[in-house]
Write a protein that binds this ligand. Structure first.
Ligand code: SF4
Length: 402
């Protein structure tokens, strides 16, 4: 059976797709949490990848709900697949379509695509598919797969890395921040940090393969927090005396020290959690990237407040100044939204001001689009697309000219 994965959105989705590929191709190798190896072991190489969607028997859409455009592309492509099947002479062949990622749990999406998609399944439940033959026979029942308990066990599925020299390693999933425009806390749930031991195991495997760069991933990597109950076990004792709290600076420092031949990057950070301790860890370790991605999202304090981003322009600029002092060769990239409801010309000028001051190496400039289920959705979309495009162009010029 041939499969094809279409991935939309951020690096987390790319990393999740690598795990889906690993799951489908090498199920016998995967460290499933509850002893499912025996069952999966019978199904070696049930699936092989294809680069041609037309050849695939199984098509997986790993979706993104952050922007309307990405969502529309999913609808369009699924619609085209089904249309093409109807037109085809070989009418008996209907591909199995699975939809996972950010849109999988949205009821309006499920209603809209119910006749076209065979299975809607959130990413952390994807790997609960116990019998892959059920996919082949198209006999999956979603009720059996959607236990509500959130988990990050799936991150331990051995991935098929797209690039063995530069690999994504997720260290956490979900988000607690509820920025007013963002679907992530609804789509991925609350923050869960991956156990240190699991992260180390994955990185050790990559080091053996001579991996040169690792990008640590999470919706908000710098709020990583894990309590390691085994870390301070004295020899021969059964119970830990004092569990060790490991936050992101400690994790990053120990990874950089343990794997000196690997360069580390991390994505993405929230300004409220970007600590001086983290800056010092970066400064101390030459194998941590000096390019820091720090999303500003808006320059105006009024808009930041409306976005539920708990910092001000001054706090952001002070952080940049402090980072430049502690890490003299630091450079910065950012994310910014133009046209958030209520963003006046005066507010936009504040974003411009930040761009002029910071000298960003790169900026991901997003035109606001209201997302169902988010707090900002009820504010509508009062700023025209033309005006958003104009603001985007103004900011873009500032990044490009540097
Ligand atoms: S920090 Fe805000 S923008 Fe980033 S994932 Fe969390 S809610 Fe979304």
């Amino acid at each position: 059976m041939k499969y094809y994965i279409k991935t939309f959105g951020c690096q987390m989705n790319v990393s999740d797709s690598e795990r889906i590929a690993g799951f489908l191709e090498k199920p016998h190798l995967n460290p499933m949490p509850t002893g499912r190896q025996a069952l999966l072991g019978k199904e070696r190489r049930l699936f092989v990848p294809t680069k041609d969607i037309n050849e695939a028997d199984l098509v997986i859409f790993n979706t993104c709900g952050v922007r309307q455009m990405a969502e529309d592309r999913v609808y369009g492509q699924i619609h085209n697949i089904r249309k093409q099947e109807e037109r085809s002479k070989n009418k008996g062949k209907r591909r199995i379509i699975i939809l996972t990622g950010c849109l999988a749990d949205r009821k309006d999406v499920q209603r809209r695509l119910k006749d076209k998609v065979d299975l809607f399944i959130p990413i952390d439940k994807f790997f609960k598919i116990e019998n892959l033959k059920l996919i082949e026979n198209c006999k999956l029942k979603i009720e059996n797969l959607t236990q509500k308990k959130q988990s990050c066990d799936y991150l331990n599925i051995a991935p098929n890395y797209t690039n063995n020299d530069s690999a994504y390693v997720p260290i956490m999933t979900g988000c607690n921040n509820f920025c007013a425009y963002c679907v992530v806390p609804y789509a991925r749930g609350r923050e869960i940090s991956r156990p240190v031991g699991d992260i180390l195991k994955e990185i050790k495997n990559l080091a053996k393969k001579d991996c040169k760069e690792i990008i640590l991933l999470g919706q908000n990597v710098n709020s990583y927090r894990f309590i390691d109950k085994n870390s301070s076990l004295p020899a021969g004792r059964q119970a830990p005396l004092k569990p060790k709290k490991i936050d992101f600076p400690k994790l990053l420092d120990s990874l950089a020290q343990s794997f000196p031949k690997i360069n580390f990057k991390f994505l993405t950070s929230h300004p409220k959690d970007f600590s001086e301790e983290l800056m010092k860890v970066i400064a101390k370790n030459k194998n941590i990237s000096r390019e820091i991605h720090l999303p500003i999202q808006a320059g105006s304090d009024k808009i930041l407040k409306a976005m539920n981003r708990p910092y001000t322009q001054k706090h952001y600029l002070d952080l940049i100044k402090k980072a430049q002092k502690i890490i003299p060769d630091a450079s910065f990239t950012t994310d910014v939204i133009v046209g958030f409801p209520g963003e006046t010309q005066k507010d936009f000028q504040e974003s411009l001001k930040v761009f002029k001051k910071v000298n960003f190496n790169e900026a991901y400039i997003n035109k606001y689009s209201p997302r169902p289920g988010t707090a900002a959705y009820k504010l509508g979309d009062p700023i025209t697309l033309d005006e958003k495009k104009r603001r985007e162009k103004v900011l873009r010029k500032l990044v490009k000219t540097r």
